[in-house]
Write a new protein. Structure first.
Lengths: 438, 521
């Protein structure tokens, strides 16, 4: 639903069905809404069956990369004698994204259930939920949900009376964007500085505490109970006819220069134009959309034309010059100069760079300085070339993709919205020498 | 290694065969190709953060960090392809944007990897037009000073303290381009091995306070040597300028000290430059020592020894060559040989097996024992009335003339003349110290290692093996030795522990003596 707005009739409410219902937060209310029936069912299934079911459903990672969840789970080999871990990535810190927060605020038990099923599917007895430090309300709700679930025997050494052990622990992050990167998150969980690790080894081989680990996004895990209960075919049905690769519903967080910002849940393949104009109410009065960043600040910026031609699924966004990313839709209208927005984004990345890789540590800060200089009216045309070359040096050469994320809006900005840059150069300040000095 | 599976690949057009699991950067070394790098160091865990060692691997869409990418069968690696060079050029430019470019006043200049690679592959001119970040210089404690502005955050120092010294004192603090190396609250770099971070630092960020502003790297002459600071036998490089030792640095030897050297050994070099040296042979004449020439002094010493037993008190810092010749002298005169060893606190380097600053603060304790000298805290106690006391390179601290009064005569073979000997010595034979001559030490595990001459000996001082060899010749035993290699060859021929060894076979890393089994190193 477009919480805090009423649901739009064109939404497909699966994950967001109970957003805004206070009763759904507690265990009894959640049970009354069919909660934990999926876990009961899943605990009776073999892990391989669950993995196969999730594979069949076509569920893909909702954190940004879109990796097929069932395939990711199949990398874990239950019974290899090692402890396995499931880590739920609830560090939702991608600017423009706030869908996971609503899941945890309104339906914390949905995530606890998803974590428990996921843990069982990969042969793990422990799941960690790593919550972004700033998400105090979500943290509180998740802690309460876990406590109630333990008290009710849903979690623990004899989960739901099946004799299986499922622990879900909530861990509070300390406010670093980079800890949303899965290997940095593992370091952070271990009590180390949140620096991304070199891959290989991949988490499925050596993850948190050096043991096989799977990391899934909140939205991904919250979708799993629905798949267990309703079957793969039901989930498969949420898609456009000509693209079977993206299935299910997706939550989008909409913010920026738009009539009704909020969270919306639509099936894969939904037309972006209808989404923006119909569900979200279109631009503010007297304005027009200029640019859309559809998947959090890290993805390439779309022009209005590109956005309006997009069908909202993994492939649909790629076909129109961007990525689905986290589903954090940032709308920018024609009253804004895009350079300022990009400079702000770059400043964010420069602040959050973990400082390991040279290109990222220096490049993000350098990019920021140039962009802010351009915004201040002190830029030159040479700066454009320098920016593009820095961006090239920052792409595909570092341990994680923070560096690439900073380069992305610069590249798409300079290629698609060059007029905004030119406008600031034309406004360049001319330092006048006073004709007379008194 | 022998049974490791070998992987065949091509690096810069050269066929290379490397054991499975080898990283491309190391494999490239086998092919004689140096991949520029900063954060990688063979003695530290891989960090993969500087992104300097990016190379192009065919069929891979992204450039690979060669320090963290394992070799694979059939891989084709390009180190100097356009794409790889462009990437490294980008890294170099970024490393320099906040760098003060103060090479003319930087101690690291001339041995700086940032300077070297920038000259080699970097851009002629930077494009950075904005203000540079500034951080003040910080005293890290111990011998280490941190110049944050020059730091490239390769984290070698952090990893050394954490993974090798096992005393994590350093960390990267702050994030983004504000990041710098910081000390933990209340901690200092006082670990006995902390000085290694200075060598590990590829740029001028961590500097030695001891050698600060003392010499330019290109003025220094370098000689391979072995640290005389303790019985570990760490391999080192002696760096001299104008016949003065300026700095000691570790020389890699996997079997002894890997890449490291302790602060005690590193900073204990001033005695090598002492000015109060004995510069010419002397004999006692009319109550005082008078300078003379070597032939007269040697003859005088031989005369004193005729028919007498020699009590030789030798320094455990003398070379094997000198010690074994002294042992011959002891044997020939039916005398005895003793030595004593200065003691200190043992300080292991936790992350390296069997590496420590040893309690025995002398290089050749094992060699002295093998030569038949008796270790004793009271080395003069066996001195019998009428014996000729030969004091070889030992200051006899705490001894005065009365302690040696009952000796028949005293012969000093030494680098300096202790005050008690001014009136007690009958003959003084000046010798070179261990950085002024060539020789071998045997470390505590029985590894025989060569050290080279790094500077000239003062005046008429002669290498110790040469002086003792000539003394024996004057006594009618042998004909002396012209070179240390000859002296060692004679030693190898007559002692089975050294059988088959020669300076050529010892080379620069040494060899274990026959029968030495204790410890892997």
């Amino acid at each position: 639903m477009g919480f805090p707005h009423k649901p739009h009739e064109r939404e497909s409410l699966v994950l967001s069905k109970h957003f805004g219902e206070r009763e759904a937060i507690g265990l009894d209310g959640w049970r009354a809404r069919g909660g934990y029936t999926a876990l009961q069912k899943a605990l009776a299934m073999q892990p391989a069956e669950i993995v196969q079911l999730v594979k069949d459903s076509g569920l893909r990672g909702r954190g940004g990369a879109g990796f097929p969840t069932g395939v990711k789970w199949s990398f874990m080999k239950p019974g290899d004698g090692k402890p396995h871990y499931l880590v739920c990535n609830a560090d939702e810190s991608e600017p423009g994204t706030f869908k996971d927060r609503e899941i945890m605020r309104w339906t914390p038990h949905a995530l606890v259930e998803g974590c428990a099923i996921g843990a069982h599917a990969i042969g793990a007895e422990v799941a960690y939920v790593y919550i972004r430090g700033e998400y105090t309300e979500a943290l509180e709700k998740m802690n309460a949900a876990c406590k109630d679930a333990y008290a009710a025997g849903i979690l623990g050494k004899n989960a739901m009376g099946t004799g299986k052990t499922v622990h879900v622990y909530v861990h509070k992050g300390a406010g670093a964007y980079i800890c949303g990167e899965e290997t940095a998150m593992m370091n952070s969980l271990e009590g180390k500085r949140g620096n991304p690790r070199i891959k290989p080894p991949f988490p499925a081989v050596s993850g948190v505490f050096g043991q096989p680990t799977t990391i899934n996004n909140v939205e991904t895990l919250a979708a799993v109970p629905h798949i267990i209960n309703n079957g793969a075919a039901w989930y498969q049905a949420f898609k456009r006819a000509d693209n079977p690769k993206s299935t299910g519903t997706k939550l989008y967080s909409v913010c920026g220069n738009i009539q009704r910002p909020g969270n919306y849940e639509v099936p894969m393949g939904f037309p972006f134009k209808d989404f923006l104009y119909d569900l979200c109410g279109g631009p503010l009065s007297g304005r027009q959309f200029k640019a859309i960043i559809p998947g959090g600040i890290s993805v390439p910026i779309q022009t209005r034309d590109e956005a309006e031609a997009t069908l909202m699924d993994y492939e649909g966004f790629v076909a129109n010059g961007t990525m689905l990313g986290s589903g954090g839709v940032i709308v920018i209208d024609d009253a804004q100069n895009l350079v300022k927005q990009i400079a702000r984004a770059a400043r964010f990345f420069a602040h959050e760079s973990c400082a390991q890789c040279t290109q990222c540590r220096e490049g993000t800060a350098w990019t920021t300085k140039i962009l802010e200089r351009i915004v201040a009216g002190e830029g030159t045309h040479e700066d454009f070339d320098t920016l593009l070359e820095i961006a090239e040096n920052m792409t595909g050469k570092t341990i994680c993709v923070l560096s690439d994320s900073c380069a992305t809006p610069v590249i798409s900005g300079l290629t698609k919205f060059r007029a905004d840059f030119e406008a600031l150069i034309k406004k360049k300040k001319v330092h006048m020498v006073p004709a007379q000095v008194a | 290694m022998a049974d490791a599976k070998m992987v065949n690949l091509t690096i810069e057009g050269r066929a290379v065969s490397a054991p499975e699991g080898t990283m491309i950067l190391e494999a490239a070394k086998l092919a004689g190709v140096l991949v520029p790098h900063y954060c990688y160091h063979p003695g530290l865990p891989v960090a993969g953060v500087c992104r300097m060692c990016l190379v192009e691997v065919e069929k891979s869409h992204k450039l690979a960090p060669s320090c963290a990418t394992a070799v694979a069968e059939g891989q084709v690696v390009h180190v100097h392809s356009e794409k790889a060079i462009e990437a490294r050029k980008g890294v170099l430019e970024m490393l320099l944007i906040n760098h003060p470019l103060d090479c003319p006043i930087c101690d690291q200049a001339g041995e700086c990897e940032l300077q070297d690679y920038t000259y080699q592959e970097g851009r002629g001119e930077g494009r950075y037009r904005d203000p540079k970040r500034f951080n003040p210089v910080e005293d890290f404690g111990g011998d280490v000073m941190y110049v944050a502005n020059r730091c490239i955050l390769c984290t070698r120092c952090v990893r050394f303290m954490e993974d090798v010294a096992k005393e994590p004192v350093l960390a990267v603090i702050e994030r983004g381009d504000r990041a710098l190396i910081g000390k933990f609250e209340g901690e200092d770099l006082t670990h006995p091995w902390a000085g290694n971070v200075i060598d590990l630092c590829p740029v001028g960020a961590l500097l030695s306070k001891d050698s600060l502003n003392k010499a330019r790297a290109w003025e220094l002459d370098r000689s391979a040597s072995v640290c005389p600071g303790c019985s570990q036998g760490c391999n080192m490089i002696v760096e001299t300028r104008d016949n003065q030792v300026m700095r000691l640095r570790p020389r890699p030897n996997d079997a002894v000290n890997q890449y490291f050297m302790c602060d005690h050994g590193r900073l204990d070099y001033r005695w090598m430059n002492r000015r109060d040296r004995v510069e010419q042979p002397m004999v006692m004449s009319g109550g005082s020592l008078a300078a003379t020439d070597w032939d007269i002094a040697l003859r005088a010493a031989a005369t004193l020894l005729r028919g007498k037993r020699a009590h030789v008190l030798a320094s455990p810092n003398l070379s094997n060559e000198a010690l074994f010749l002294l042992a011959t002298l002891v044997e020939k005169t039916g005398g005895r040989g003793t030595f004593r060893v200065n003691q200190g606190e043992e300080a292991p380097l936790a992350g390296v097996d069997d590496l420590a600053l040893r309690a025995d603060r002398a290089a050749n304790v094992r060699g002295a024992e093998m030569a038949g000298f008796t270790r004793s805290d009271t080395p003069l106690s066996g001195l019998q009335a009428g014996d000729v006391l030969i004091v070889a390179d030992e200051e006899l601290a705490g001894v005065d003339a009365s302690d040696v009064a009952h000796a028949g005569a005293v012969i000093v073979i030494g680098t300096t003349l202790p005050s008690w000997a001014r009136h007690a010595a009958a003959v003084v034979l000046p010798i070179a110290n261990c950085v002024e001559e060539e020789g071998t030490f045997t470390n505590l595990r029985g590894r025989v290692q060569r050290f080279m001459q790094a500077k000239a000996a003062p005046g008429l001082a002669r290498p110790s093996f040469f002086a003792v060899g000539d003394l024996l010749a004057a006594m009618g035993e042998g004909k002396g030795y012209w070179t240390a290699a000859e002296a060692f060859a004679a030693l190898a021929a007559s002692h089975e522990e050294f059988a088959g060894m020669s300076y050529d076979t010892l080379a620069l890393k040494g060899t274990m003596t026959a029968g030495a089994t204790a410890g892997a190193r």
